[in-house]
Ligand binder design. Structure first.
Ligand code: SAM
Length: 248
């Protein structure tokens, strides 16, 4: 007992929840959720009806105090967000921080996250990825943020909402070189899931080719900056050493 369980819930498909998550949600004394209505609906889909309390980004600190009090009474508390993994572009981190500071136990119960789901099906080869989350909403700030990322040798992962997708794709096409690949992952795990891969040069034509392309929730993945090819390096060293021999 006296444990905060950080539980991932589905990002669309109700089947994407672990057996362990369902087990813990079933025996929790209290479930702290971002929006009680959303979580109530989800839980009733699994035949669960536990006590719910709201813990969203505007009351996270106060909620943390209340949850700590209940944890100290020896309770088991589950923390969920509206979708996916709590604390990933979602509330949760402040609560986890406060619970840890209070010396109490925190246990993660893993499951869906849109970033990892999109990355796994992107086929973008890289050892590294950088999860950026949401870009700034103002155009100038968004472009400045993107400019700091153009040389990053890691797949870049962004979250975007439907009302900003067009501006963000425009900014990406503007800032990154035309041959750089982009993956647009839309409505993951849902009925109209679409994962489209193309280059920056092609992305706006694709986007405009169908009005459905602006609908839903989006993960955008941008191929990392490519290292200067070893072949070119080897060749330039060879030429350089020949030239050096000719120098006085
Ligand atoms: N905590 C969540 C997670 O672990 O992925 C992220 C929550 S964040 C508030 C919501 C954003 O996640 C959306 O705007 C979208 O960028 C992304 N997202 C969530 N569900 C998605 C889905 N089914 N398909 C594509 N993107 C999704």
């Amino acid at each position: 007992a006296s444990t905060l369980y950080v539980i991932a819930t589905p990002i669309g498909n109700i089947g994407d929840i672990s057996l362990r998550a369902l087990h813990i949600l079933g025996l929790a004394d209290l479930i702290a959720c971002e929006d009680t209505r959303t979580s109530k609906q989800l839980l009733s889909g699994y035949g669960l009806s536990s006590e719910l309390v709201s813990a969203h980004k505007h009351n996270e600190r106060e909620a943390a105090g209340y949850l700590i009090e209940r944890l100290k009474r020896g309770e088991r508390i589950a923390l969920v967000s509206d979708a996916g993994t709590p604390a990933v572009s979602d509330p949760g981190a402040r609560i986890v921080d406060a619970v840890r500071e209070a010396g109490l136990n925190v246990v993660p119960v893993p499951g869906s996250s849109a970033a990892i789901t999109a990355l796994s099906a992107s086929g973008l080869l890289d050892e590294h990825f950088l999860f950026y989350g949401f870009l700034p909403t103002k155009n100038a700030q968004r472009k400045d943020a993107l400019k700091t990322l153009t040389d990053t040798r890691a797949t870049l992962i962004f979250y975007e909402a439907p009302h900003r997708i067009e501006e963000t794709l425009n900014a990406l096409a503007d800032i990154f070189e035309p041959a750089r690949r982009i993956v647009i992952a839309r409505e993951l795990t849902k009925l109209f899931e679409e994962i489209h891969r193309c280059t920056m040069a092609e992305v706006m034509d694709w986007f405009k080719s169908d009005p459905n392309h602006k609908k839903g929730e989006f993960v955008l993945l941008v191929e990392g900056a490519q290292p200067v090819s070893d072949d070119i390096n080897t060749e330039s060293h060879r030429v350089l050493s020949i030239l050096m021999q000719e120098l006085p």
